[in-house]
Design a binder for this molecule. Structure first.
Ligand code: B3K
Ligand code: ZN
Length: 876
């Protein structure tokens, strides 16, 4: 497969101004007539042939300006349609193709999701519907006529506004015509046809446009669409207020389907969602689901400006829309909920997903330079690290220049397919800064480490901070350059933050040092007492920090830092140290228990004095660093069993020490009020349930009793699932009984059973692999549905000790699944295969076994490009 390179970009030779589609939907024989209004691109090569992309297509007919074309004038294959010598002027091309939605298991292009016709075109699915210049810099105005059987597809939707609808003579079929006045790339095309229920609401934009909002769901589920609608209205208002962005069509449709490769898709005016991120009611969705729905509804809506009106010139610029839109949805959630808790949750995700990617063979820059399969680059690096880069940019240029830069970007680039350079130029202009060095964040892969140390000089009443940065080599980038690192900081004295006075040029004021060199020192004067440095406040840069503070100092930061993120971080650092030590050297378990006792003492005061005022924050404190993060801290020769043992021992010790207090806290936080998904109520449940987990580990019998009672009393899935999850850590009959009871309660709820599948796949016991194989036979499971696969097989691949079994059967199982799945759905298969990405840091025995299975996958005949690419890069 060819490597596609950023440096090879050239403009299209042809442009398509208009696309008129006439689509007659049929489960096995859908006819697509596409009329393209073409013209030579002044920026392209004159006289170039017209080469249209296709993928598994069947050409039925072809006409140029209404006339049949001589067979020698073109060549057609499933992958391509070429006009050898097209006229050097405007002309129309009429292309008839036929596709079989029922056979489309890749879920790219046009497919059926439980009898609903739907599409997914990003990144390159449109070419599975019709031959096209399937690249984001070719933008066209679409008019789409859909026709289908009335009974099968009473609802017919496409992008833009509805302009006509009616019956087709004969009475069995009907049609709808949609027109989208905003030119768009083909990846934003969408259609939906099916029997769906709908929830409607009218919204009036700040500019006074009345918009018909609709959320379409499976029949009978409209009462689960209310939260998504509520989120939609709130995020529309927010984008008006915070970014000055109004919606620009008369309708905005959201459709939930059950078979979907990822979370959701921002098609213009017609967002299509995985139903997991739309449907919610208290009994079938957790607080986490409510929060994800809020974030993803907002994310897809925000794409209307950052993605759709301004799209990407080419797929290397993917972070232009994704990083920026993640940043926007994170800010929205932060404003709607607790900013500090949201930041903590986002950093947790960043560390477990992106830092681990950056530390392994799949590391790549936020803007990659080359790819074989673009669908493999919708990664935590492009999304989450991409969002961190925007956050740093905002911190560096300041609030006002950031907003002005965004305004300029919207004004200047609206209607275009833009690049990162276009984007950064706006902020360079509004801030008067040179952002050349900052732009390195887009080019250089790997997580930088900041090495910091401080010295207090009592006589001079000064404090000097030495900061250095380093980044380990990543694939294809052996040498690393320094990047621009905004280090937000405070110096914490006995009674709070000390004033910061320095004449260092690296100090930008307002508690911000800019570390843009390999190393530098900043000396603060008039420091009346030895301070504790609080660095990277709010996680001001996506880096690792090496700073050797005594546990006592960290505990002081934990109790009194003015920055809530760093309070949480201080606690995490103390716990991480203990876990790393015991994870490295299992003999340290005893020492770990001693640390656990000390930590419990620190926690005790916190739980008594501070937790009741901010339960959501307290829940984040009670949750130890993720095991994967501990593994990465250890870095080499990792023994997953030792990490699991350490994690469990530390939690158990804390649970033992704090038992009565945790029980009391649970009582105090009580659960009698009827369920409400708001952040404060969710925070109380989160803390109660963290406490439950610790109790269950420390005293299994007591835990089992509480879990059973909580399950029985639960008026919401959050509490019920937490009971199940806590119970999965306690082997025995009570656990199996609760598992069975859960399945019975939710037998008709596939999305809830996904959580049930996953909870079992994550059990850290040797019997889990057999359990997972057995669950594959359960009616709740299906190899055809991505959500089921991610829950059960993906859950198992995320099970640190069982995926990494010493006998290698965990790797063998996942490899077998990847190979099987690759035949039907390569995108889901390649995602699953990337679970192997951390194999190189394992101890030699497991490393060899994992490598063997990767090699087996790589050597399988007829692999998809998706899986072949991941296998190759993971092994390289
Ligand atoms: N843009 C889509 C992701 C498309 C993934 C294609 N493999 C969803 C989003 O980021 O909003
Ligand atoms: Zn996105």
């Amino acid at each position: 497969t060819p490597l596609i390179r950023l440096e090879d970009y050239r403009p299209s030779d042809w442009l398509i101004d208009t696309v008129d589609l006439d689509i007659s939907l049929h489960p096995t024989k859908t006819r697509i007539r596409s009329q393209l209004g073409l013209r030579p691109n002044p920026a392209g090569r004159p006289g170039a042939p017209l080469v249209l992309d296709g993928d598994e297509l069947k050409l039925v007919a072809l006409r140029l300006d209404g006339l049949l074309i001589d067979e020698t004038a073109y060549s057609a294959s499933p992958q391509q349609l070429t006009l050898h010598a097209p006229p050097a002027r405007r002309f129309t091309l009429m292309i008839d193709t036929e596709v079989d939605p029922s056979a489309n298991t890749k879920l790219m292009g046009l497919y059926l999701s439980s009898h609903v016709y739907c599409t997914q075109c990003e990144a390159d699915g449109f070419r599975r519907i019709s031959y096209f210049l399937d690249r984001p810099d070719v933008m066209s105005v679409y008019t789409v006529r859909l026709e289908a059987k009335k009974l099968i597809a009473p609802v017919l939707l496409s992008n833009g506004n509805l302009v006509a609808a009616g019956d087709v003579p004969g009475g069995e079929r009907h049609f709808a015509v949609w027109h989208d006045p905003h030119p768009k790339p083909a990846y934003l095309f969408a259609l939906v046809g099916g029997a769906l229920d709908v929830l409607r609401q009218t919204y009036v934009t700040a500019e006074g446009r009345s918009v018909d909002l609709a959320v379409y769901v499976e029949p009978g589920k409209a009462d689960r669409a209310g939260w998504a609608m509520d989120c939609l209205v709130r995020c529309m208002r927010w984008d008006e207020r915070v970014f000055g962005r109004n919606y620009d069509l008369d309708v905005f449709n959201v459709v939930a389907v059950s078979d979907f490769n990822m979370g959701a898709m921002e098609n213009k005016g017609l967002n299509i969602f995985n139903d997991k991120y739309v449907l919610a009611d208290p009994l079938t969705a957790t607080d986490g689901d409510y929060a994800s729905i809020e974030a993803i509804i907002a994310h897809e809506y925000f794409h209307n400006w950052t993605g759709n009106r301004i799209t990407c010139r080419d797929w290397f610029q993917l972070c232009l829309k994704e990083g920026l839109t993640v940043f926007r949805d994170q800010e929205f959630s932060a404003d709607e909920r607790s900013r500090a808790v949201k930041r903590i949750a986002d950093v947790r995700t960043l560390r477990t997903t992106q830092f681990s990617e950056d530390a392994g063979p799949l590391a790549h820059p936020v803007r990659p330079r080359a790819y074989k399969e673009i669908n493999n680059f919708y990664t935590p690096t492009v999304y989450e690290k991409g969002a961190e880069v925007i956050r740093m940019l905002k911190l560096l240029v300041g609030e006002a220049a950031f907003r002005a830069g965004m305004d300029l970007y919207f004004e200047r680039c609206d209607g275009t397919a833009a690049t990162i350079e276009d984007f950064l130029a706006c902020f360079a202009e509004t801030s008067g800064r040179d952002l050349t060095h900052f732009a390195r964040w887009y080019e250089q892969a790997g997580t930088p480490t900041i090495v910091a140390s401080g010295r207090y000089d009592a006589a001079a009443r000064s404090y000097t901070l030495d900061l250095a940065q380093k980044t380990a080599p990543t694939p294809g980038q052996p040498e690393k350059q320094p990047v621009v690192l905004p280090v937000a900081l405070g110096l914490v004295g006995r009674s709070g933050d000390l004033p910061l006075a320095t004449d260092s040029p690296a100090y930008a004021g307002a508690g911000l040092i800019v570390l843009d060199q390999p190393s530098l020192s900043v000396t603060f004067s008039d420091v009346g007492e030895p301070p504790i440095p609080s660095l990277l406040r709010g996680f001001s840069a996506p880096v690792r920090l090496e700073l050797d503070l005594a546990d006592g100092d960290l505990l002081r930061l934990f109790s009194s830092d003015s920055d809530p993120f760093n309070r949480w971080q201080a606690w995490q650092t103390v716990a991480m140290r203990a876990l790393v030590e015991a994870g490295r050297e299992p003999a340290q378990l005893e020492a770990l228990r001693a640390t656990g006792r000390a930590l419990a003492e620190g926690l005790s005061d916190f739980l008594r004095d501070q937790a009741p005022a901010d339960p959501a924050f307290a829940a984040q404190v009670l949750r130890l660093p993720a095991m994967g993060d501990v593994a990465r801290e250890i870095g080499r020769d990792v023994d997953p069993d030792a990490i699991q043992a350490a994690h469990r021992a530390l939690s158990t010790e804390i649970g033992l020490r704090l038992g009565p207090q945790l029980l009391e806290l649970r009582e105090k936080l009580g659960g009698s009020a009827p369920y409400s998904p708001d952040a404060a109520s969710a925070g109380r449940r989160a803390l109660r349930n963290e406490a439950l987990g610790l109790i269950a580990l420390a005293s299994p019998q007591e835990g089992a009793r509480l879990c059973e009672a909580q399950f029985a009393a639960g008026d919401n899935l959050t509490d019920r699932l937490a009971a199940l999850a806590a119970m999965t850590l306690v082997p025995g009959e009570a656990r199996e009984a609760l598992i069975a009871r859960f399945a019975k309660t939710y037998a008709a709820e596939p999305l809830v059973l996904d959580k049930w599948l996953m909870a079992q796949a994550l059990i850290p016991e040797a019997s889990t692999l057999d359990r997972v194989r057995e669950l594959m036979q359960h009616p709740a499971f299906s190899m055809g549905n991505p959500n089921r696969i991610r829950a059960l097989i993906g859950g198992f691949a995320a099970n640190l000790t069982q995926f990494n079994r010493t006998d290698g059967t965990g790797y063998a199982f996942v490899a077998e699944m990847v190979i099987a799945l690759d035949r039907t759905n390569p995108q889901v298969a390649s995602r699953l295969l990337s679970s192997f990405k951390s194999w190189r840091m394992l101890e030699p025995g497991r490393r060899t076994l994992a490598q063997g299975r990767l090699a087996q996958v790589a050597a399988t005949p007829n692999l998809s490009r998706d899986v072949a690419d991941i296998a190759e890069r993971t092994l390289a």
